[in-house]
Design a protein around this ligand. Structure first.
Ligand SMILES: Cc1ncc(COP(=O)(O)O)c(C=O)c1O
Length: 407
């Protein structure tokens, strides 16, 4: 593709951006399964190591298959956005082995002993565990509040001058709670804090946090970006290119959380269909939410696309569509949950999300089986709660399966 051709559509960018012509003219960038790269002469090695010549050195530091995935994600997260000077926003991405590797690398790039993170309830369990058990041992502590109330965020900044980072995850896993990226970023900037946002549930097609002034975005690419459940992966994106190329690259290569070429290849190809998949995922999710909302066996449907959801307005402000994750409560409690899961005939019983097939999990008998009932109920995980990642099958088949399992 001619690099100067302006790509005006998101799918065009998903398909074409990030791609470099392969030196041997392979149509797709190959899986560069090489740990290291060679030099024509010793002087060339010297130039590469000293940064005087661009080129690959060692795959923990960078690799051509990673580069295509990184440049594609950067193009999508910045699609149509401008920087403060009115130029097209430039981002630098670093591909990681998992979403958790991305979050750890992000934290160590930016924080040191004594620093505080301000964040909200209802984060992905792994992130919450990192903040609660791992980072405090390094002297980095988290203040956890209900950041759906902007005044609480402002108060926290006033009381704690050591807050260095505001960390957001919206919509959050598993509750689909949403927080206002723009307003929270505005407050964080007033107090000199950096802002990072986990955009895994939304993907850049539904929400672009850089539009609201955040400094970093992270993803678990394991989910909708890969889209097919074929690999674990993560990415960190930053808009301070100088920082990403120096401190960012240093922490990336010394922590060693790099991806691998096969997973990067799968991710590149998965991302090409992001828009078409997300349109279908979201359309199906809305239909499923309306169906469940009217079913007599269901007590409550939690979907941020329903006007009854407390975060409906924030969702419509910052997301193109509300996403494809929802949860619902079966009136019959634990046994009803188990019976429902056992009766599913097409949808898949599993705990992940973001794949082409519809996935359902029953936290009380699966992920949260060992968590005492009172503790999990505090987070809204009741006995009859079912979480659903709505897939791209034909909607009548998804509803048929749910209906027969509910009746
Ligand atoms: C919102 C969110 N962030 C981060 C992660 C961690 O990603 P990974 O499992 O790829 O390490 C997950 C995993 O489910 C997630 O849902």
């Amino acid at each position: 593709m001619d690099k100067n051709f302006p790509l005006s559509g998101f799918s065009s960018a998903s398909v074409h951006s990030g791609h470099e012509q392969d030196p041997l003219y392979a149509h797709l960038t190959p899986i560069y399964a090489a740990s290291t790269f060679v030099y024509d002469e010793a002087e060339q090695g010297m130039r590469r190591f000293s940064g005087k010549e661009e080129g690959y050195i060692y795959s923990r530091w960078g690799n051509p298959t990673f580069a295509e995935a990184e440049n594609k994600i950067a193009a999508l997260e910045s699609f149509g956005l401008k920087d403060e000077k009115g130029n097209a926003l430039q981002l630098k991405a670093l591909l990681q082995s998992s979403g958790m590797a991305a979050i750890n690398t992000l934290m160590l790039m930016n924080l040191k002993a004594g620093d505080k993170i301000l964040t909200h309830f209802s984060l992905y369990g792994g992130t919450e565990e990192l903040l609660r058990t791992v980072l405090p041992a390094l002297g980095i502590t988290a203040i956890i509040n209900d950041l759906r109330d902007i005044n609480i965020a402002e108060e926290a900044f006033k009381k704690n001058p050591g807050i260095k980072m505001l960390y957001l995850e919206t919509p959050a896993n598993p509750t689909i709670q949403c927080v206002d990226i723009e307003e929270l970023t505005f407050i964080a900037k007033k107090y000199g804090a950096i802002v990072a946002c986990d955009n895994t549930f939304a993907t850049p097609y539904l929400q672009q946090p850089f539009q609201f002034g955040v400094d970093f975005v992270i993803h678990s690419t394991t989910k909708f970006l890969n889209g097919h459940g074929t690999s674990i992966g993560g990415v960190i994106l930053g808009k301070d290119i100088e920082f990403m190329n120096t401190r960012g690259q240093l922490i990336h290569k010394t922590l060693g959380g790099n991806a691998n070429p096969f997973d990067a290849f799968l991710l590149v190809n998965g991302m090409k269909t992001l828009e078409v998949r997300m349109e279908r995922h979201c359309h199906n999710a809305m239909e499923v939410a309306h169906f469940l909302d009217q079913h007599k066996a269901i007590g409550k449907v939690n979907y941020n696309g329903l006007s009854s959801h407390p975060d409906y307005l924030i969702t419509t402000k910052q997301m193109r569509h509300p996403g494809a994750i929802l949860s619902f409560e079966l009136k019959g409690g634990l046994q009803a949950g188990i019976d429902f899961m056992n009766k599913l005939k097409m949808c898949t019983r599993t705990v992940s999300l973001g794949t082409c097939d519809t996935l359902l999990s029953h936290p009380a008998s699966m992920t949260h089986f060992s968590v005492p009932k009172e503790a999990r109920e505090k987070y809204g995980i009741t006995d009859g709660l079912i979480r659903m990642s709505v897939g791209i099958e034909n909607i009548q088949d998804i509803i048929h399966d749910l209906n027969q399992a509910l009746n």
